[in-house]
Design a protein. Structure first.
Length: 452
């Protein structure tokens, strides 16, 4: 049930019916019922924001149709149940199209029908309020200055760009190394934009097998291929009205790049197994840890798709270029971890702070978060010492000085270092790196295949 009583206004000119409806509804202590005998008196009190109105179709001063129009003009949230002596199908259809929730005829079972309808409406109101509350919490959670933490010049610039992106529907491409928080930026843009009440749908492109990615994005019809036992809508349709976030877009195969380009140009998709186009309206935000310009030059990424996606570019600086933010982020992760695990709040010793500030963080924010949580877990004192951080300051510097390494090789070194810290516990490593267990197995298999 919703927290306050459900406010119901009964509008009925027949005194006997008015009393019957009021009595029937008042039996439920969760309903607050008020009655009116004419339309004008009711409309004078519409500002009191009732949740539900039972409305007699034939009133002495205005018709139910006119009153319904006025209700819709002044408060579209009010749910209206029309009550009439007539059983006119055409009239019912007209009123339902105008937004009436139900139409009940004055018959022997009116009490049961009315109570059932109001009970259904009450459940809907409770669910609607819960959804509204959750949306507000999500929007508060993704207030970008609270999510994208830091005060370095690079992060202040990112804040400005997020603000600009949220004001329009411009396509956004977010670039940055693994672990810099690209999906957080995408969510911050969505939940601060006009599309915030619609879905945010994230797709990790390389995580989906190549033979399934087209169906995942565009959907399929029943019988379109072996195993397609029912119609499935794709992520584009799922994100209709909202935002579709395509993570690691640089990993997309070229044949799918061509299809994606057409969807972006035509603003419509065609499900696999169908010839019927379906209009789609979703904002596209993409992310990549690759240099897409270089990928275009090498012929691995379509140039026309690159410029179609470019829109507003947002580049996330690596943590090693945000030295002033390291301690801000460290305190944030430490406070969150202590609170979530009911641990006493800890602090960093000066030596621990110095050690973090001198570390280059090849795994960026994701690595910092893992290091802080592990240090809090291992520390036996209120103050975290430098020795509580399982990092070798020399190792990342030597890695970064090797300019011949590819991004995949960097990622593999981070993965192996994390596995060592976690005693080769893949589940724990996946949790620390905030990636899927299957991703770790895939990366290890790819390395093994490469060495063959």
């Amino acid at each position: 049930m919703i927290e306050r009583p459900v406010r119901i206004f009964v509008v009925e000119d027949n005194e006997w019916y008015n009393k019957l409806l009021v009595y029937t509804l008042s039996l439920n202590p969760d309903y607050e019922v008020k009655s009116f005998f004419n339309a004008r008196d009711f409309l004078d009190h519409l500002g009191e924001s009732p949740d539900i109105v039972t409305l007699d179709y034939r009133l002495p001063d205005l018709s139910g149709l006119e009153v319904l129009k006025r209700i819709r003009q002044e408060n579209n949230e009010v749910q209206v149940i029309l009550i009439s002596e007539q059983d006119d199908i055409d009239l019912v259809v007209t009123l339902l199209k105008m937004g009436a929730y139900d139409y009940i005829t004055k018959s022997d079972d009116i009490k049961e029908r009315l109570l059932n309808t109001v009970q259904n409406l009450t459940r809907d109101l409770s669910l609607k309020k819960e959804i509204t509350t959750l949306r507000k919490e999500v929007q508060k959670k993704y207030s970008f200055r609270q999510v994208i933490l830091g005060d370095s010049p690079g992060i202040r610039n990112v804040h400005d760009l997020i603000n600009k992106a949220a004001e329009t529907n411009i396509t956004v491409i977010i670039s940055g190394e693994t672990g810099t928080g690209k999906e957080l930026v995408a969510k911050a843009i969505h939940y601060n934009s006009k599309r915030k009440d619609k879905p945010f749908v994230a797709v990790n492109v390389p995580a989906i097998p190549s033979e399934l990615i087209e169906s995942e994005l565009f959907g399929h019809e029943k019988g379109a291929f072996t195993g397609a036992s029912f119609r499935r809508i794709g992520r584009f349709e799922e994100a209709d009205g909202g935002t579709l976030f395509l993570d690691e877009i640089g990993e997309m195969e070229q044949n799918l790049q061509t299809k994606l380009l057409r969807v972006l140009q035509e603003k419509e998709i065609v499900r696999i197994g169908s010839n019927k186009p379906v209009k789609t309206d979703c904002r596209i935000i993409t992310a990549t840890n690759r240099n897409l310009k270089e990928e275009v030059k090498k012929g691995r990424f379509r140039e026309d798709l690159y410029y179609r996606l470019l829109g507003l570019p947002i580049e996330l600086p690596p943590l090693r270029e945000r030295a002033t933010d390291i301690l801000i982020l460290s305190r944030y992760f430490m406070e969150n971890f202590c609170r979530e695990n009911n641990l006493p709040l800890k602090r960093l010793s000066p030596e621990a702070q110095k050690k973090l500030m001198n570390y280059s963080f090849p795994g960026n924010i994701r690595e910092l978060k893992s290091l802080i949580e592990l240090a809090v877990t291992l520390s036996v004192k209120e103050e975290i010492e430098a020795s509580d951080f399982a990092i070798d300051p020399e190792e990342p510097l030597s890695i970064l000085s090797n300019t011949d390494l590819t991004m995949r090789e960097y990622e593999m070194k981070i993965l192996k270092a994390t596995l060592r810290k976690c005693n080769n516990d893949i589940n724990l490593a996946a949790k620390k790196l905030d990636i899927g267990v299957s991703t770790i197995y895939r990366m290890l298999k790819q390395e093994k295949d490469t060495k063959k």
